[in-house]
Ligand binder design. Structure first.
Ligand code: AMP
Length: 371
C-alpha cells in the first residue's frame, strides 16, 4: 500500500481491507446474537453517503430478516466535523413501529448520532440502536453508549471504505489517514556541541517551535518556582532532572503551541525512558520522530566549548570542572545509548559538529531539508 493523493492532500495507509473485514465479521456476529430469532424485521438505517460500503458488508453477514432504509443528511465539507446539527434531506422508507439499527461509517463528537436517534423517535421507531464501523473515543461527547463499534481510532482525518475527502476516496477499499506535514526533529549531541547555538536559526528557517528543556528549566529556576528549586541542585551538580518533569514540559508545549510546521527538540530526550515517552506522546497524535540530527564533537572539545560559553553566558552548571566532568559522564552513561535507539528506529543522522558556526549551520540545514 502506498500513499494516495486526493485534491490537495496526501493520505497514508492506516487500516488494511483484511483488518476491516475481520472487524465487520466480529460486529456482525454480535448483532446476529442479539437479534437471532426475532419475529420482526428490524431496519438497518444506512446513513448516506459514508456508510454505503459498511452497510453493504454488514448486511451480507446478518442472518436474521431485516430491511434497509437510507437516510441522507446535509453534509459537512472539508476535513473537520463542524459539530453542527445536520438536517434530513430524505429517507427512502418508513421506520414507523419498527426497531432500527443506525449504521454509521464513523462517529466522532456524536452530534449526528444524537440527531438521528431523535429523528428515528419522531418517525415512530420503537427502538434505536447504533452500529458504527469507526469511532473516535477521544472526541465522543455523549453519555449514550454506542451499541456496536467495529473499530476505535484516534482523532485523525481518514478516507476510504466509504469515507471521503470532499467527494473523493470513497471507493478505496483500505482506510487511509491524512499524512501530517508536521515535523518532529531532535537536535542531539553532547553538552557544548552547539545545539542551542544552532537551534534558534533552524527553528526560524523551518518555522519550528524550538523547545530547549535546559532553557525551560533555567526559566523555572529564575522564577524561583517549586519546579525550579527542585531542578537547581541537580542541574548545578551536572545530574539530570527526573524524567517526568521534562516530559511534562514537552507535552505541554506540544499541546499549546499552534501555527508552526513542527518542533525542534533540543536537550530532549536525554534518556531511553524519555525517548519512549516521546514516542508515546507522538503516537497519540498519530505522529512519530521525523529525524534525529546528531551533532558530534570529541570529548576534548566539549570541555573547551563549555569553558568558552561559561565566560559569555555565566551558567552555573558551566562554572566548575567537576560539574562539567559529571555532565560529560552523565551524557555517556544515560544519553549516548539513544544513538542506538534511534539507529534502530531508522531516524538517526550524524553530522560533524566541529568547524565554524556557519559551517555547522549549513550542514544541519542541508540535512533537515532532506528529512
Ligand atoms: P542544557 O541546557 O540542555 O545543557 O541542560 C542543562 C541541564 O538541565 C542539564 O544538565 C540537566 O541537568 C537539565 N536537563 C535539561 N534537559 C533535560 C532532560 N531532557 N532530562 C533531564 N534533565 C535535563
Amino acid at each position: 500500500m502506498s500513499n494516495v493523493r486526493l485534491h490537495d492532500k496526501t493520505f497514508r495507509p492506516f487500516i488494511e481491507y483484511d483488518k476491516i473485514e475481520e472487524a465487520i465479521d466480529r460486529v456482525a456476529a454480535r448483532i446476529n446474537e442479539d437479534y437471532q430469532g426475532s419475529k420482526d424485521a428490524p431496519v438497518l438505517l444506512c446513513v448516506l453517503n459514508g456508510s454505503i460500503l459498511f452497510t453493504a458488508e454488514l448486511m451480507k453477514r446478518l442472518t436474521f430478516k431485516c430491511e434497509i432504509v437510507c437516510i441522507k443528511l446535509t453534509s459537512y465539507v472539508g476535513i473537520k466535523s463542524t459539530g453542527e446539527v445536520r438536517d434530513v434531506i430524505g429517507m427512502t422508507g418508513s421506520v414507523e413501529g419498527k426497531r432500527v439499527i443506525i449504521v454509521e461509517d464513523i462517529v466522532d463528537s456524536g452530534r449526528t448520532i444524537e440527531n438521528l436517534v431523535r429523528i428515528m423517535e419522531a418517525n415512530g421507531a420503537t427502538e434505536t440502536k447504533i452500529c458504527t464501523m469507526l469511532m473516535k473515543p477521544g472526541c465522543y461527547k455523549l453519555d449514550k453508549k454506542l451499541d456496536y463499534v467495529a473499530m476505535e481510532i484516534p482523532d485523525d482525518f481518514i478516507v476510504g471504505f466509504g469515507l471521503d475527502y470532499d467527494g473523493l476516496g470513497r471507493n478505496i477499499k483500505d482506510i487511509y489517514v491524512l499524512d501530517s506535514d508536521m515535523k518532529y526533529y531532535i537536535l542531539f549531541g553532547p553538552p557544548g556541541a552547539g545545539k542551542g547555538t544552532q537551534a534558534a536559526g533552524m527553528a526560524e528557517r523551518f518555522n519550528l517551535c524550538h523547545i530547549s528543556t535546559g532553557d525551560l528549566l533555567r526559566g523555572e529556576m529564575a522564577k524561583g518556582s517549586e519546579l525550579g528549586l527542585k531542578a537547581k541542585a541537580l542541574i548545578e551538580a551536572g545530574e539530570l532532572v527526573p524524567d517526568e518533569i521534562v516530559e511534562g514540559m514537552i507535552e505541554n508545549k506540544f499541546d499549546t503551541v499552534k501555527d508552526v510546521s513542527g518542533f525542534l527538540l533540543d536537550g530532549f530526550p536525554r534518556t531511553i525512558a524519555q525517548a519512549e515517552a516521546l514516542d508515546r506522546m507522538l503516537a497519540k497524535k498519530g505522529e512519530s520522530v521525523s529525524g534525529v540530527v546528531s551533532l558530534m564533537i570529541p570529548d576534548e572539545m566539549i570541555k573547551e566549548r563549555i569553558k568558552h560559553r561559561a565566560a559569555i553566558e555565566g551558567r552555573a552548571d558551566d562554572a566548575s570542572d567537576e560539574t562539567i566532568s559529571n555532565r560529560i559522564k552523565t551524557y555517556h552513561d544515560k544519553t549516548e545509548p539513544l544513538v542506538d535507539y534511534y539507529k534502530k528506529a531508522g531516524a538517526y543522522n550524524e553530522i560533524d559538529g566541529t568547524g565554524t558556526i556557519d559551517e555547522v549551520r549549513d550542514r544541519i540545514a542541508l540535512l533537515m531539508e532532506r528529512i
